[in-house]
Design a protein around this ligand. Structure first.
Ligand SMILES: [Zn+2]
Length: 188
């Protein structure tokens, strides 16, 4: 999801943390603002006072080829921001590279087939079902795990979809489980 640190979004990190803590079933979220990690770091700091939730570090980078989400990293990749550099940076830092909404306008599209992604976003909460279906087919043909992302830019889209991951509440364990495909995506 996004926070106000993405120019096109409105949520305060504090609100996200409080809402996550109050949610009856969800206990973690990846905050992936556009090209900045500031909102994520702020939320992580705030989340430290709540023992039962986790903010997964991450960022959504506008690469030359299309948008790329990297998880598990606490700083921005060095420029130039082309897909290969960003994915290599994620891997070198024990992170995970995801192709978000690959078939939406700003997505990376079929070029994902030539890149070394760890997962494909097969269910994006604000993307047309037909384009999500195409993303699902992409994940299947590439043999990659599929994840869900709300892509929430404001309150109304928060928690519209989620990813169930069989892991402990720790970033490294969650990312490992996603890589191994111990995931299930669904709408809520
Ligand atoms: Zn995006």
């Amino acid at each position: 999801m996004h926070t106000k640190y993405s120019r096109d979004a409105s949520q305060q990190p504090k609100t996200v943390v409080e809402k996550l803590n109050a949610h009856p079933t969800l206990n973690t979220i990846a905050i992936t603002d556009h090209n900045t990690i500031q909102g994520n770091l702020e939320a992580q700091k705030l989340a430290k006072t709540y023992p039962d939730i986790l903010i997964i570090p991450g960022v959504e980078i506008s690469a030359e080829e299309g948008e790329i989400i990297i998880l598990g990293v606490t700083e921005l990749p060095p420029k130039p921001w082309n897909a290969e550099n960003i994915i290599d940076f994620a891997k070198a830092n024990n992170g995970l590279a995801v192709a978000p909404h690959p078939y939406r306008g700003v997505g990376i599209g079929d070029m994902a087939r030539q890149l070394h992604f760890d997962a494909i976003e097969i269910l994006n909460g604000i993307t047309e079902p037909s384009l999500n279906k195409q993303a699902e087919a992409l994940a299947r043909t590439m043999g990659l795990p599929g994840v869900a992302g709300s892509d929430a830019h404001d309150d109304k889209d928060l928690w519209n979809v989620c990813t169930e991951v069989r892991a402990s509440l720790e970033t490294d364990d969650i990312l490992k489980a996603i890589k191994k495909g111990r995931v299930r995506s669904f709408s809520i």
